[in-house]
Design a protein around this ligand. Structure first.
Ligand SMILES: [Zn+2]
Length: 146
């Protein structure tokens, strides 16, 4: 179980600018990095085009955009991220029915005014049936770029 995420300020800025540029559509992508014991360190953000037919309200990734990222063994996917252009950074019921249950962290970027908010969650399941996940925020520590 992960208790802390380290996020560099430059990756934070990359995430926010990508999500803002896609407004009013939801943006999405993967966070890459490493895992040490209970800590996740994020080192980069890989945007993926939102292929949903209702991109203002949901996100989905086309396999041809997603497979090159998830099948690459030279890095570790530590999170999946999407934005809520006009809602809080709380998972929707659809978000909690994700197929991505084995990814360590699930990020939501709220662009709702007045403050942009980035929240990372750990999703837990009683089982892998159709039951929705429960969600628990993981604290994010901003660090400088080294
Ligand atoms: Zn959502």
């Amino acid at each position: 179980m992960y208790t802390l995420i380290q996020l560099t300020k430059s990756v934070q800025e990359t995430i926010i600018s990508h999500c803002m540029a896609n407004k009013p559509k939801e943006a999405c992508g993967f966070l890459l990095g490493s895992v040490h014991l209970t800590q996740i360190r994020v080192t980069s953000f890989v945007p993926v085009a939102n292929a949903s037919t209702k991109p203002e309200n949901q996100f989905s990734m086309h396999p041809s955009d997603m497979i090159p990222v998830i099948s690459n063994n030279t890095f570790t996917i530590v999170g999946i991220l999407h934005s809520h252009p006009s809602a809080a950074a709380t998972p929707s019921s659809e978000d909690l029915s994700t197929i991505w249950y084995d990814i360590p962290s699930h990020w939501i970027v709220s662009l709702q005014q007045p403050v942009i908010e980035i929240v990372a969650y750990r999703y837990t399941y009683n089982n892998h049936s159709l039951v929705q996940a429960q969600y628990h925020p993981i604290p994010i520590m901003l660090i400088g770029d080294d």
